[in-house]
Design a protein around this ligand. Structure first.
Ligand code: BGC
Ligand code: NOJ
Length: 809
């Protein structure tokens, strides 16, 4: 069952039924200001940091689930309704939500009134624009009232939802009737030098700024007293919950339409400029923004510029095949999701509350892999920010807050895979750009001024951290966890509520990870190659020797007969082995060790992939492990806390599936690779939206596995490493366009059904138009500008800006 359709021409997903199984959301903004917006206009807006600088309020764990948003009310006689359906739930004659690139449009018709609400954040201003157009389609005049509303959050979202003894006293607003604006000035008198505002570009006929007055006793957002009565109470919030509700009374002649522009803005003033000479709040910057977006023309232009920017960003990699689902995922939604995960890491979605973690070290490093081709310069800066939270011994903070970029001391360090991901993203950036001098960039440790060393030295510390932290089998120590945050082999937790990750209360210094071993082989080699490129041949040799050591250790101690083991626990017992009753086989080592080609001589990768298919492949992708744990194993940690089939305990943990796809291509199974791709990729499962339940345009973190009650249900959509790894799997392995330090390597692994593929790849200064004819011959031939090549590597030069590449296979 579907709840909408893809409009590829406009790059939109169009939702036609407001009652989607879960809120289906979109993101506004791409620089400093962001908005989460659901298909019924729910969600919230923040500046840079969803925890520390939250502008509007969202109510978590609510019924209905999606509550708090940009709510526009139309009062037409006795009927009140919203173009976005919620919160009134008045039946609409027509409803559409168009989620597009950085914008969402809501269209609703009720009783011959047509309303369209376009929400977006322009490229370079901190303002969320809501353009509301209302058209009278009746042959007679209509008098209606329009209320635009937002509810303010008191900036610190954690405090806002917990510290009521203070918060119910501090709320302040400033009413500026002349400018039809309400400013949210809570705490501006003391330590804040910022405020938010809400404005409409037409003289208002009334306002409210106190929630309780506007809503009325015992009412809710679905039937606010003021709207029901068709009036406003001019309430001025003093403590409690400040809101902005702006009312306009409008008369529309037959076929007349009106457009109102609402601005939800954010402004910062320098300390010395907080107040004007007369002691009043300095609203100059806000007024300037208001002036800038006064008329529809300016707003339409900003919208066009935004669309143009997206078009440009999505032009770096384009593919054309006969498969529309594939095309739209690669050309539009997958890359769009990569940009979103890059911007927000795992901070704010409908599953990540925005009040928990900020930016994750390993998450951000991996997000770069799918983003770096879009805006390499931004990736460069991010890599510096990430590397700056590393410690001198090579370990690193696991997370940092985006507002101040400081490492998060509550979580600390000790996730032993983290350091290696830095090598992964730094090398991906250099391959994309050729900017090898990046390795000289001075970067501090733990953000301490004066501690700067060249970026390359950070990579060295990453590598050495793994080398120095080996366990009894010569395999890397796992620490608090590796990529699998829930495999906590040094945390023996019996207290409810205790964090499995940070309560490392059984520091065995014995538990080892075969996953980190596989990573070390891949990224150790990558690092060695970088060392060679900058003339450090001894360093190259030193690390290659260490790589070999780890390879040997995996072959000797990390192989279980038909698949790679997952780990050794604190007592040196095997995890992910046929000897275990539950959790006999895990997906991660099968993929990563296959990618690392560990034990190729002994056919280990082939056998591991075959076992993965046999035990882990289900209807909706490849499960993380099998059989799922049915009991809590104190020595394994959080992974066994989940009911079977959910999250790390054997769901299809989507992030790992692109690894499975890559692994399949590495052992020559192009068909299987594509089969797995189709199982997890949202556009391919749109038809079963009633089972999958999550958005059919973006990846989820997990799809409930075979052993789960809700088999096939997707959860935790949007902010997942699945986005970037899927893009890597498709662009570099299925389509096979691999950036290298000195050019592009073309090595496709196409399924039979893809007989002809056209790719446009902008790489550095050159556009490569690549045409592939796939006759499944088993061989491969390449012609560059008509001339046959010896191999399928194209050395980079920028003499010709457009290069035609012909691949026959
Ligand atoms: C989740 C993991 C997540 C971890 C850290 C766990 O509860 O299952 O997926 O990585 O928390 O936030
Ligand atoms: C989600 C976390 O953000 C990510 O860092 C981790 O690798 C996965 N969960 C798996 O546990």
């Amino acid at each position: 069952m579907k709840y909408g359709y893809f409009d590829d021409e406009k790059r939109e997903y169009v939702i036609t039924d407001p009652a989607t199984p879960l809120p289906w959301i979109n993101y506004l903004g791409r620089n400093d200001m962001y908005g989460l917006i659901s298909n019924t206009a729910g969600g919230y807006t923040f500046f840079k940091d969803a925890k520390l600088r939250r502008l509007t309020r969202f109510r978590y764990n609510n019924i209905p689930r999606d509550f708090g948003g940009r709510y526009y009310y139309i009062k037409d006689g006795e009927t009140i309704w919203n173009p976005s359906f919620m919160p009134c739930k008045t039946k609409l004659d027509n409803y559409k939500c168009r989620h597009g690139m950085g914008y969402s449009i809501f269209e609703g018709t009720n009783n011959d009134l047509f309303a369209s609400l376009t929400c977006f954040i322009p490229l370079n201003d901190n303002v969320e624009i809501h353009k509301l157009t209302i058209e009278n389609r009746l042959p007679k005049t209509k008098s209606i009232q329009i209320y635009g509303t937002v509810e303010w959050c008191l900036y610190n979202a954690v405090d806002d939802s917990s510290n009521f003894q203070r918060n119910y006293n501090i709320g302040e607003v400033l009413i500026d009737k002349k400018n039809n604006a309400i400013f949210h000035t809570t705490e501006y008198r003391e330590r804040r030098n910022h405020f938010a505002f809400f404005h409409v570009n037409k003289d208002i006929d009334g306002f409210d700024s106190d929630l309780d007055t506007f809503i009325g006793k015992m009412n809710s957002w679905s039937n606010p007293q003021a709207v029901m009565a068709g009036t406003s109470y001019s309430s001025i919030a003093s403590g409690w919950s400040p809101i902005s509700a702006l009312r306009n009374d409008i008369t529309l002649a037959p076929n007349e339409k009106i457009t109102l522009i609402y601005l939800l803005g954010y402004v910062e003033n320098d300390k010395e400029e907080k107040y004007l000479k007369d002691g009043s709040v300095n609203t100059t910057k806000a007024i300037n923004l208001i002036k800038k977006y006064q008329d529809t023309q300016a707003v339409n232009k900003a919208f066009k510029d935004l669309s143009q920017k997206w078009k440009e960003d999505l032009s770096k990699f384009k593919v054309e095949t006969k498969n529309d689902k594939f095309n739209r995922m690669i050309n539009i939604w997958n890359q769009y999701q990569c940009m979103t995960t890059y911007n927000l890491s795992r901070s704010a979605s409908y599953f990540e509350s925005g009040i928990g973690r900020g930016m994750g070290f390993r998450d951000s490093c991996q997000d770069i892999l799918g983003f770096v081709h879009i805006i390499p310069q931004k990736a460069r800066q991010r890599i510096i920010d990430i590397a700056s939270i590393q410690f001198e011994d090579g370990s690193t903070y696991h997370q940092y807050q985006p507002l101040n970029k400081k490492g998060n001391a509550d979580i600390g360090s000790g996730f032993n895979d983290d350091p290696l991901w830095l090598v992964a993203c730094a090398s991906a950036y250099i391959k994309e750009t050729g900017d090898i001098s990046f390795l000289n960039e001075p970067v501090p440790f733990n953000n301490e001024i004066g501690s700067e060393v060249p970026l390359f030295d950070h990579l060295t510390r990453s590598i050495d951290y793994i080398i120095k932290n080996n366990g009894p089998h010569g395999l890397p120590l796992i620490g608090r966890a590796d990529w699998n945050d829930c495999l906590n082999l040094n945390c023996f937790s019996l207290s409810p509520g205790e964090s499995f990750q940070t309560a490392s209360n059984y520091d065995s210094h014995k538990a080892e990870s075969i996953f980190i071993a596989g990573m070390f082989v891949i990224y150790g080699r990558e690092y060695a190659q970088l060392a060679r490129l900058i003339g450090k041949n001894k360093e190259e040799q030193r690390v290659l020797k260490e790589v070999q050591k780890i390879e040997r250790a995996v072959i000797k101690h990390g192989w279980d007969g038909n698949w790679y083991l997952r780990a050794y626990d604190a007592f040196k017992n095997k995890v992910g082995s046929k000897e275990n009753k539950e959790g006999k086989i895990y997906i991660e080592p099968q993929c990563i060790c296959t990618m690392a080609k560990i034990g190729e001589k002994y056919d280990m990768p082939k056998k591991a992939v075959a076992s993965m298919e046999k035990y882990l492949l289900c209807d909706y992708g490849v499960q993380l492990l099998a059989p799922c744990y049915t009991k809590y194993h104190i020595e394994l940690g959080e992974i066994t806390s989940y009911p079977p089939g959910y999250k790390e305990n054997g769901s299809v943990f989507c992030h790992t599936n692109p690894w499975a796809i890559i692994a399949e291509t590495q052992v020559g199974n192009s068909e299987k690779a594509f089969e797995i791709y189709k199982k997890i990729t949202p556009a391919f499962i749109e038809d079963i939206s009633e089972i999958h339940r999550s958005e059919p345009y973006v990846y989820c973190q997990t799809i409930a596995g075979r052993e789960a009650k809700n088999y096939g249900e997707g959860k935790n959509s949007w902010l997942t490493g699945t986005a970037s790894w899927s893009f890597v799997a498709v662009s570099q392995y299925i389509l096979g366009i691999q950036p290298q330090y000195d050019g592009l390597l073309i090595k496709p692994h196409l399924p039979k059904e893809m007989e002809s593929v056209k790719i446009v790849r902008k790489f550095r200064e050159v556009t490569y138009n690549i045409n592939i004819t796939n006759k499944n011959t088993g061989g491969i031939k390449m012609l560059v500008d008509g001339i046959e090549s010896k191999n399928t590597f194209i050395k980079y030069n920028n003499i010709k800006k457009v290069v035609d590449v012909e691949i026959r296979m």
